[in-house]
Design a protein around this ligand. Structure first.
Ligand code: HIF
Length: 294
């Protein structure tokens, strides 16, 4: 970054209890809006926001990532890949007001952790300390987020740029079990499966079933042979087409626990791209609302 290395700095006096309080507030608001987006709720929206804030990272130039919370600024805010994410930022904004000490990068990545855990996914270790920047030079250039019309080689290289291998790449893409595509955002349309408000390994189970190219006016996407009601992006189908990805698809389709374990690790790493933590910094593990009530 412009101001030097991106060393995490936790606001003074703040600890697990304070962040768990924000976690609970976000979870409560998700719960009050379960009908949002045709029943998808805010799970998918929040996971996508957290990842688009983080996935601009380039390990070669050490630029991008969630550290500076730069997505509110042009040209990152107007990057076509980020279309629709104002809804997630607006959803979280009241917590930036209520808890003025939390940075945007922390709030957006924490929102993703809440969404994964509250939709039934694995625990995701998370560390605070991202610091807001108002400096234009800390805004990553557009074009680092993926193009869904591409093939497996492209997906492999894109995640490699962030520092991920094939196994982590496949594990991450399992997050497409949540939420859906919207013609007004990306041109693509529909959810990947019927349980789009639950975090499961269903994406992999479905991916291994039959898919054909959808006949419609929109961009090339696939629909399922069985019901013609669910979708896959070309980059999703690419996971079936390349043997270096397919072996992990099969592994995760057969073993949800293994998927959860691998996803948790890869997603926690994704959210921390471009953030340097002081030696010995320990991640928080948040309790779900269910765990706190029982
Ligand atoms: Fe997505 N993704 N993603 N994605 N994504 C969309 C929606 C979601 C890609 C393309 C799209 C990941 C990787 C890739 C989520 C989470 C993750 C949409 C539709 C597109 C086009 C947006 C819209 O129209 O509203 C591509 C090309 C990726 C690389 C292969 C991550 C792994 C899966 C990193 C990830 O976590 C989520 C959740 C959504 C649903 C958003 C919603 O509003 O419901």
């Amino acid at each position: 970054g412009v101001a030097g290395p991106n060393i995490a700095k936790v606001p003074s006096g703040k600890g697990l209890k304070d962040y768990q309080e924000i976690y609970n507030d976000i979870a409560g608001k998700i719960e009050e809006n379960l009908d949002y987006d045709g029943g998808a709720g805010f799970y998918g929206q929040l996971v996508r926001l957290s990842w688009h804030a983080s996935g601009t990272y380039d390990k070669n130039t050490k630029t991008g990532g969630s550290f500076y919370g730069s997505m509110i600024y042009d040209p990152e805010s107007s990057d076509g890949a980020n279309a629709g994410l104002a809804a997630g930022r607006d959803f979280l904004y009241e917590f930036a007001v209520k808890y003025p000490w939390i940075s945007r990068g922390d709030l957006w990545t924490l929102g993703g952790v809440v969404a994964v855990q509250e939709s039934g996914g694995p625990k995701v270790p998370w560390r605070p300390g991202r610091v807001d920047s108002f400096d234009k030079r800390d805004i990553p250039p557009p074009g680092n987020l993926p193009d869904a019309s591409e093939d497996g080689k492209y997906v492999r290289n894109l995640f490699k740029r962030m520092g991920f291998g094939d196994r982590e790449t496949v594990a991450l893409i399992g997050a497409h079990c949540l939420g859906k595509c919207h013609t007004h955002n990306s041109g693509y349309e529909g959810p990947w499966g019927p349980s789009f408000n639950m975090f499961t390994n269903d994406f992999f189970v479905r991916l291994l079933q039959g898919w054909h190219v959808r006949k419609w006016d929109g961009p090339k996407q696939y629909e399922d042979d069985e019901s013609n009601s669910f979708m896959m992006l070309p980059t999703d189908i690419a996971l079936k087409e390349e043997s270096y990805f397919l072996k992990y698809v099969k592994l995760y389709a057969a073993d949800q626990d293994l998927f959860f374990k691998d996803f948790s690790k890869a997603y926690a790493a994704l959210l921390e791209l471009g953030v340097e933590y002081p030696r010995g910094s320990k991640p928080f593990l948040f309790k779900t609302i269910d765990e706190q009530e029982s």
